[in-house]
Ligand binder design. Structure first.
Ligand code: AMP
Length: 431
């Protein structure tokens, strides 16, 4: 038997109903903040991620699915391509390529699969899904304002509330601007020099290549050493301090709780100033539901105009894991309102009825004239239908049908013209 590849999975009904429910709520909430949807390709030039995410990040150095293009056109051949490991780089590429800033398209979101070559475990897959949103634009659009950071964080808190997810923690930090980061990186390099031999192999490499990334290390034995390293907050100058203070002030005034985590640097190189993560206790070791931050220099790093921005990526798989505890998929699944059971030679009449009822926005499951009545009842019950509708020769002649409520056993005769309204009245609403 051929199975799904390790680290990938099928999302099956009824779980897909929960995924759709989440995406519907996401679209509703994002719309209230005037975000618009963008869909970027699932693969891009490798160079985009190398430049946009950072050569020395774990994502680029270890986790990308990369291959050489064997395309038919000479110009394609030999190009290095990569399945997207995250969405921001592709969105910023599209922003630059289509001059979206000139069109005032400053708030974009995207929902879709991402790919990373990680060791699969609970909550960590090689194909996973992200809900990603970005605010990006010329500084004149206010995209560098701390008000944007606070607005994005408030939107996330609203989204989690709307989904009924409680018990999350917002961890917040400022990672400074690029000049401050350079100084901090240098201070870390100096501090790590005498310590690095005691660290894990990855950190020994990072201590030289990109010391900031040592702070991402999850190896327990390394943590006491990491605790002794300098903090980014010591390197923030007045502008960055003010920016960070303004974000916090708005969050407090709108009642969003947060904790400052001065070790939070996030795994991507392009972050500047505000960096954040929402974590949830129910998730275990992989406890981050979402992460994000500001990336003021990214557009320029990709050859575009100056366009400060801030964004986030929600791990949809993990969001749904947290949600599924309280909201079973069945509770958002819309089951058939009616099961139509055609008696012998009644498929034609039943098809016409089904078509008519579906036009009234009813969910209709259609049986078959070859089924015995007992089998139809069993099928209707298995499908979770509210009603069963018997379509026999007499019913068609009289233009009146037997409609039976499967839960109560109550059966009534309903003229064709009243059928849709009757079924709608008894319809069980999901949720
Ligand atoms: P990142 O782009 O690494 O900040 O990831 C943003 C969010 O995506 C994380 O907080 C996770 O919820 C989710 N995520 C990242 N990598 C994976 C993965 N391999 N499997 C499932 N979810 C992931």
């Amino acid at each position: 038997m051929i199975k799904a590849v390790r680290g990938t999975r099928d999302i099956l009904p009824p779980d897909t109903a929960l995924w759709n429910h989440v995406e519907t709520v996401v679209r509703d909430v994002f719309r209230a903040y005037n975000f618009q949807e963008i869909r970027t390709p699932i693969f891009e030039s490798t160079e985009l991620f190398a430049r946009g995410v950072g050569e020395e990040t774990d994502i680029v150095s270890k986790e990308m699915f990369t291959w050489e293009d064997r395309g038919r056109a000479e110009s394609d051949k030999g190009n290095s391509l990569t399945l997207r490991p995250e969405a921001t780089a592709g969105i910023v590429r599209a922003y630059i390529e289509h001059k979206l800033g000139d069109r005032g398209l400053n708030k974009l979101f995207c929902i879709g699969p991402m790919f990373r070559r990680e060791r699969p475990q609970k909550g960590r897959y090689r194909q996973f899904y992200q809900i990603d949103a970005e605010v990006i634009g010329p500084a004149s659009s206010g995209s560098d304002s701390p008000a944007r950071d606070a607005e994005v964080l408030e939107m996330l808190a609203t989204l989690l509330d709307r989904l009924g997810i409680t018990g999350w923690t917002l961890e917040l930090n400022s990672v400074g601007n690029s000049a401050e980061r350079v100084k901090f990186n240098e201070a870390l390099r100096v501090a790590l020099e005498p310590l690095k031999d005691k660290l894990c192999g990855d950190c020994q490499r990072r201590a030289v290549a990109n010391p900031l990334r040592v702070l991402d290390c999850k190896v327990p034995e390394d943590q006491p050493i990491i605790d002794t390293l300098p903090h980014i907050s010591e390197f923030l100058e007045e502008d960055s301090q003010k920016h960070f203070a303004a974000v916090q002030e708005i969050l407090k005034s709108v009642g969003i709780e947060f904790t400052i985590n001065s070790r939070l640097v996030r795994g991507l190189d392009y972050y500047t100033r505000t960096a954040f993560e929402f974590t949830h206790g129910a998730l275990g070791a992989q406890n981050a539901i979402l992460g994000g931050g500001r990336y003021d220099g990214l557009s320029e790093a990709l050859g575009g105009p100056a366009a400060p921005g801030i964004g986030f990526a929600i791990g949809e798989d993990r969001l749904i894991m947290t949600l599924a505890e309280k909201t079973p998929a069945e509770s958002v699944l819309r089951k058939p309102d009616v099961y139509i059971a055609p008696m012998a030679a009644m498929n034609v009449a039943a098809a016409r009825l089904a078509r008519e009822l579906r036009r009234h926005d009813l969910v209709v499951e259609l049986g078959d004239e070859n089924f015995r009545l007992k089998k139809s009842f069993e099928a209707a019950t298995k499908a979770g239908a509210t009603y069963i509708l018997i379509v026999g020769e007499n019913e068609v002649k009289a233009d009146t049908f037997a409609l039976k409520n499967l839960a109560t056993g109550e059966q009534i005769q309903v003229p064709f013209s009243e059928l849709a309204a009757k079924i709608q009245q008894g319809r069980i609403q999901p949720g």
